[in-house]
Write a protein that binds this ligand. Structure first.
Ligand code: BYC
Length: 328
């Protein structure tokens, strides 16, 4: 069940106005000065709820995110690629552990988070609800999804909540290796045989829309951005992060002679902003509400892991109880 201080969504919204105005003002001054907020510090109920929501979703994204690439470990072309992919997938699961621990500092138990994931109550990143059909999908995920994650996480690691920022800093170091691994596979295929190039182009075509969605809905549709930016949980808007990603990575894709499946994608010379076609937000919302091509499969795998691992957790709890010396 929930630990101290955690208030579920409906009740927390009611308590926002109950925050002591003086405490709230002091808190906001601290955040504005750039101080880190730590678990035992006073914080508004809505700040706590928003952080739990976001960190928990992030943790779920890491653990579910290990699944599409994980299916390629047994089929990786060669020993070196297999080793690198195994290490990468293991890192992603490790990121989930770090993030679940960071979310637990806010009062929601790991067990409650896992239950909310497998019961379909919590969200996780849209991108992991699509299938990894070929080895080229591993290249696109490792290069471009990890790159997108770095854009998001480097920004948010400068945020206000200490445990989340420290977890993000460590995660970003590891993601940089993932990006190199993805880039290496991506360039290898892009400069390979016509068949390898067309396999990569096909993967890029399929993943482009989900990658554009990865940064969240456009700013005018975003529900939480204003609140999260005020409290420095989020350090850039969804559209700003999307623009940053496009500026950094579209040229790298194009210089390899690959194309992107959006005829309207171009940089406007006057504003310096990237223009793009309709991102199809209807598909995004359908996917994050559980109706993507792989949502059911992903949750079924996670649920099976939970059920099959129950005896291990029980054995560990028993071993723990046996070895803890009672206080005199
Ligand atoms: N997918 O008000 P908004 C990785 C939801 S894994 C699903 O803009 P916010 C990797 C949003 O939750 C790293 N849902 O939200 C792992 C909200 O719904 P609720 C993944 C999304 O929070 C393995 C509603 O839409 N990164 O790198 O201000 C292998 C309204 O949106 C998404 C993170 O998790 C989405 N893409 O901003 C390889 C980063 N976008 O909760 C790689 C942490 C939005 O009200 N999260 N929604 O029901 C964030 O930075 C922010 O939560 C977001 C969204 C920018 C994603």
């Amino acid at each position: 069940m929930y630990g101290g201080g955690y208030i579920p969504k409906e009740e927390s919204r009611k308590t926002v106005s109950n925050d002591d105005p003086e405490m709230l003002a002091t808190f906001e001054e601290r955040v504005t000065r750039g101080e880190k907020v730590e678990p035992r510090d006073w914080m508004p109920a809505e700040y706590r709820r928003q952080l739990i929501r976001m960190i928990e979703q992030h943790a779920h994204s890491e653990i579910i995110g290990a699944l599409p690439e994980g299916t390629w470990i047994t089929r990786a072309p060669g020993f070196r690629r297999k080793l690198a992919l195994m290490a990468k997938v293991q890192d992603e699961v490790g990121h989930a552990q770090l993030l679940y621990s960071a979310a637990e500092t806010l009062g929601k138990s790991r067990e409650a988070m896992t239950n909310d994931l497998i019961n379909g109550k919590s969200k996780y990143s849209n991108v992991f609800n699509y299938p990894a059909k070929t080895w080229a999908d591993v290249a696109v995920i490792g290069f471009l999804i990890d790159a997108a994650a770095i854009v998001n996480q480097v920004a948010n690691s400068k945020g206000s909540y200490g445990p989340y920022c420290r977890a993000l800093e460590r995660i970003c170091y590891e993601e940089s290796f993932h990006l190199k691994q993805g880039h290496s596979v991506f360039v290898y295929l892009a400069t390979g045989t016509p068949l390898q190039r067309s396999m990569l182009q096909d993967a890029l075509n399929r993943w482009w829309k989900p990658i554009m969605h990865f940064f969240g809905p456009s700013d005018e549709m975003s529900e939480h951005t204003l609140t999260l930016m005020k409290w420095k949980v989020k350090m850039a808007t969804n559209d700003d992060m999307r623009q940053q990603f496009l500026s950094l990575y579209v040229p790298k894709i194009q210089e390899l002679g690959l194309t992107l499946p959006d005829a309207e994608l171009r940089k406007d010379p006057e504003s310096g902003k990237w223009l793009f076609g309709d991102p199809d937000w209807a598909e995004f919302f359908a996917v994050i509400r559980g109706n993507g091509p792989c949502n059911a499969e992903r949750l079924a795998v996670r649920k099976a892991a939970e059920v099959n691992g129950a005896w291990v957790r029980q054995a560990l709890r028993q071993a723990d109880a046996q070895y803890v010396t009672p206080l005199a």
